[in-house]
Design a protein around this ligand. Structure first.
Ligand code: ASP
Length: 450
């Protein structure tokens, strides 16, 4: 018998959890089944779900560290890339910021989580679910400064051990940059081995080994993530049973509104913002570009993996959209690693949705800005594989002290959203390639004239 696809398994698990949970909830409410028994069943569901959640959390540190380091070292000799690299990163960060802004506006207008109760949000260990970052007596500047300062770890290993992700991300990016610098001998100033060609070559060879180590770690971590994600049906079943037996129908309503909010925000970014950027800065027809990219976009949609789609994205961008290989071979692999507009947007909506669900929490503008900044970093750190954005959400939730238990329920509707956001991620990469391609052509023309 052919094995069921994972998203079908998740769907079945979800329906099964609801089919068992809802009648139990109903029976407990009208007294035909002992309410305590139903509560026990709901608790078993919760325990099953939390095992899955722990497995997900286990992946976060090694996955981000290896993804970031191999992403940065994959950029190659930084100096040579110079202008192209700088502009590409700037472009990527700007489109992701626009996507985040769209998500923020929509989640504040629609407010999918207000008034809903999924029963999954609990007070954290200190007995309250208030955000850890208090902005009452600091202005926006103060809060941002504290966040910025906190990004520099005084001890990277301690930060990793405590799951303090922002400092880990900061350190990983720096480590990647310096592995590159030593491998390609770009270290400025007086290095101890500066005058010894032999020492220099040795340091470069060692740095290359370190790069390979992180590449290997990344490949293994990606496989491990896929393995844990394959257990999602059990986790989803558990959480669904818990939510439905404990809360009944209200659990569905809120999830539907949340999914709708993500979908509308993604559509605005994909159909309005990005095409406008392509037309303005790339002087291309968005419709024609979309036509050229169709095979890659459809693949992204069905696989929910921008890494998996990469070969097709490159082929479409080069052969169907006519962007030079010099540009696409640099812009696209980098984009598949660090440019995830759809993921960034989704992180913001999901985290604010969870905040809206959490009793006693009302995120201020300053805290929402922190969510936005963390979401940007989380999208940079997310690997281009299915559900990676959900794994990264733990980081964003932790940044504002929100409980992570709701991630389990969000997973129930995650596959469809993942397909949509991955398509947006790839669409954004392809637009970057077209715009940067035009810029690179101009640089070359100028060079020839000179
Ligand atoms: N699946 C997404 C991608 O590959 C990442 C995510 O989970 O958001 O682009």
């Amino acid at each position: 018998m052919k094995k069921l696809k994972l998203h079908h398994q998740i769907l079945i698990a979800m329906v099964l959890g609801a089919l068992i949970g809802l009648p139990l909830n109903w029976a407990a409410a009208n007294g035909s089944v002992d309410a305590e028994l139903v509560a026990t069943i709901a608790d078993v569901g919760k325990k099953l779900g939390s095992i899955f959640l722990r497995l997900l959390k286990m992946l976060v540190v090694p996955l981000i560290v290896s993804s970031l380091i191999s992403g940065v070292t994959g950029m190659g000799n930084l100096k040579k890339l110079g202008a192209l690299g700088g502009r590409t990163v700037l472009f990527y960060m700007s489109t992701s910021a626009l996507a985040i802004f769209t998500g923020l506006v929509l989640v504040n207008i629609i407010q999918p989580g207000v008034g809903a109760d999924l029963g999954l949000i609990e007070a954290n260990a200190e007995g309250h679910a208030a955000p850890a970052v208090s902005s009452e007596d600091q202005g926006l500047g103060g809060v941002l400064w504290a966040q910025l300062e906190g990004m520099i770890p005084t001890n990277p290993l301690k930060a990793a051990a405590e799951g303090d992700m922002l400092p880990v991300i900061f350190f990983s990016i720096l480590l990647g940059i310096f592995i590159n610098a030593v491998e390609h001998d770009e270290v400025e100033g007086e290095a101890p081995y500066r005058d010894e060609p032999h020492e220099k070559a040795r340091a470069s060879a060692l740095a290359a080994k370190l790069r390979e180590f992180f590449e290997g770690l990344f490949a293994v971590m990606m496989r491990m993530t896929l393995f844990v994600i394959a257990l999602a049906p059990y986790g989803v079943f558990g959480f669904m049973l818990y939510a439905c037996a404990g809360r009944g129908f209200s659990a569905f309503q809120a999830l539907g509104m949340y999914a709708l909010t993500v979908a509308i925000a993604l559509a605005i970014h994909a159909f309005i913002t990005l095409p406008l950027i392509l037309r303005t800065f790339g002087s291309r027809s968005p419709l024609e570009h979309a036509r050229a990219m169709t095979p890659a976009l459809l693949t992204a949609f069905s696989t929910a993996s921008s890494n998996g789609t990469l070969p097709l994205t490159m082929q479409c961008v080069e052969e169907r959209a006519g962007v030079s290989n010099k540009v696409s071979s640099f812009v696209l692999p980098l984009g598949a690693t660090i440019n995830m507009d759809g993921t960034a947007l989704y992180e913001v909506v999901a985290v604010l949705f969870i905040a809206q669900l959490t009793p006693g929490v009302d995120l201020t503008i300053a805290q929402q800005v922190i969510v936005a900044l963390t979401a940007l970093l989380a999208s940079v750190g997310a690997a281009g594989i299915p559900h990676a954005g959900t794994v990264m959400m733990v980081v964003v939730l932790a940044a504002v002290g929100l409980p992570t238990s709701a991630v389990g329920l969000i997973l129930a509707v995650d596959r469809v959203l993942d397909m949509c956001r991955t398509t947006v991620n790839v669409w954004s990469d392809s637009i970057a390639a077209a715009v940067i391609g035009r810029f690179a052509d101009e640089l070359e023309d100028e060079g020839e004239r000179a």
